[in-house]
Design a protein around this ligand. Structure first.
Ligand SMILES: [Zn+2]
Length: 531
């Protein structure tokens, strides 16, 4: 650069600096003319929303305020950004920090570490996540299964006193690293090997650091009531607040049981226990296909050896067939592969389609054989179609509920994921609020914003109020809906033009901007000393 050019640049810099300090507009951003649905459940009201330095600083008639940018959102709803208490985004957040399929739904905060599975220790992961600078805010639970695995591997037995003490110290360390609380996956290996007393002990420690307990329960079909009872016992004996993850009941003979589980939760609250739940708006789940193999048979990674033992093999097959009959009525159309690491062509295929391609009849025996074959070849993710629409709507009517996607962060076009990763929030707003009128818009927004914010301890988020962090979503209530389906999941929703994280647009005019203003949200025990 020549000396003359350099001095010109310096002069321009000084002038722009002066302009900034002397005549900075009052606001960075005004969302003008929209209907504010503030997240509390209160009726929507026509108001402008003003943002400065990442926070909401003014709400009302801001026509005369000076603003760096004024966005006309007439006819649209302005709401707090959605807070998703249950996601499986953490690994891909490091490589896809723009989190496209999540922010396009209006999600501005995700929570991971659910289902008993988390990084351990937590701190190195949180550091790498902070370095990856995600588009949205991220909080993490510490997983009981990960803790148990670190101490007992996949041994199917009770922990000794010394082992329990080690698990307890790992729980405390994770809480001090910033975990929001303790999660469990008692349906999974190795969480399923833990007695309730172990969860009570670790929940006490999580509670001592201000955390909550969230659980993918031991059973979500025939024994769902016993599992709700177990969750409530953990609340009662440890004093911790409990939250049931992705509440649902599988298998036709169990349809309608949410009437009983809801009554149990309401009764527990009347008793003084603090219990809530989240749900997603689909009649299918997604998990590993190996979860159909009984957990006891997978202890110590010795499934293959057990299958060579004739007695054990027939017991394993019998239990698998009972599950497949109960959950899917032996219909191989109801099991759909989302991803098999060993063969990418299987993604999206139902077991029925695999049978057709092989010229095999999908008998219960053939289904068991195929599942065991897929597990043996390395396992697959699978979508289980086994829930009732009536249960979804009943749960949606309960004020104890929140919306959580249980969704994955997807590489666009890759694999055949559960559509919930693309569509959960717009589906609730389109299908259940606008089309079916199951709940009001204001109540749905509350379940997506202030309710999870309060549950997870995210102070200053989840409401459109002065002083709150400007995590905001702008959507068209007459248009918003999901488009992702089980057959064609990689489809973004419609009707959500703008999404802001801390006042910065991560979605603008329906397109991901690439901005990455997210923050790591650490739990209440973060940075506290040993106790
Ligand atoms: Zn789960």
């Amino acid at each position: 650069m020549s000396r003359r050019l350099r001095s010109t640049v310096r002069l321009a810099w000084a002038l722009s600096l002066a302009a900034c300090t002397s005549s900075r507009p009052e606001l960075d951003l005004v969302l003008a003319g929209g209907t504010v649905v503030d997240g509390t459940g209160a009726p929507g009201q026509r108001a402008d929303v003003g943002v400065r330095d990442g926070r909401i600083t003014a709400i009302g008639d801001l026509a005369s305020a000076s603003a760096r940018e004024r966005l006309d959102v007439t006819g649209l709803v302005v709401a707090p950004g959605f807070i998703d208490p249950h996601t499986h985004a953490r690994e891909r957040l490091l490589t896809i920090p723009t989190a496209d399929n999540l922010v396009r739904q209006g999600i501005t905060t995700v929570v991971d570490g659910n289902d008993g599975s988390s990084p351990l220790p937590l701190a190195p992961y949180l550091d790498s996540l902070a370095a990856a600078r995600p588009a949205l805010n991220v909080g993490l639970f510490v997983g009981h299964g990960s803790i148990r695995r670190a101490v007992l591997g996949t041994d199917n037995r009770e922990a000794s006193a010394a082992e329990l003490a080690r698990m307890d110290s790992l729980t405390g360390a994770a809480m001090r690293d910033g975990a929001l609380g303790l999660s469990s996956g008692l349906f999974y290996v190795p969480g399923s090997y833990a007695p309730t007393s172990e969860l009570v002990a670790l929940a006490r420690t999580a509670r001592a650091h201000g955390g909550i307990y969230t659980s993918h329960m031991r059973n979500e079909d025939d024994s769902v009531r016993a599992s709700v009872d177990e969750t409530l016992r953990i609340a009662r004996e440890s004093g911790i607040a409990v939250h049931i993850s992705h509440h649902k009941v599988g298998g036709r003979r169990n349809y309608g049981r949410t009437e009983q589980t809801l009554a149990m939760m309401e009764q527990a609250r009347a008793e003084g226990l603090d219990v809530t739940f989240d749900q997603y708006p689909y009649t299918a789940s997604h998990t590993s296909i190996s979860s159909i193999v009984p957990a006891w048979a997978r202890a110590n990674d010795s499934l293959a050896a057990r299958l060579r033992d004739a007695t054990l093999r027939s017991r394993i097959r019998r239990e698998m067939q009972a599950f497949v009959e109960m959950r899917f009525a032996n219909d191989p159309e109801k099991l759909q592969l989302s991803r098999c690491g060993f063969d990418s062509t299987l993604a999206g295929q139902t077991l029925a389609a695999v049978f057709r391609a092989r010229g095999v009849t999908g008998t219960p025996d053939a289904i068991t054989d195929l599942i065991l074959e897929l597990v043996d070849r390395g396992g697959c993710g699978a979508i289980f179609h086994s829930f009732d629409e009536g249960d979804i709507e009943r749960l949606l009517r309960s004020p104890l509920g929140m919306i959580g996607s249980d969704g994955a962060l997807s590489a666009f076009g890759q694999d055949s994921p559960h559509p919930r990763g693309y569509g959960t929030y717009p589906r609730v707003l389109g299908r259940y609020v606008r089309e079916r009128g199951v709940i009001t818009l204001e109540e749905a927004i509350r379940r997506m914003t202030s309710a999870p914010a309060d549950r997870l301890g995210f102070a200053g988020r989840g409401r459109v109020v002065t002083g709150a962090v400007a995590d905001l979503v702008v959507f068209d209530p007459g248009l918003v809906t999901d488009r992702a389906t089980f057959e064609d999941p990689h489809q973004y929703p419609v009707g959500i033009p703008h999404v802001f994280v801390a006042g910065v647009a991560v979605v603008r005019d329906g397109a991901v901007t690439g901005a990455r203003p997210g923050t790591i949200l650490r739990g209440p025990g973060a940075g506290r000393g040993d106790r």
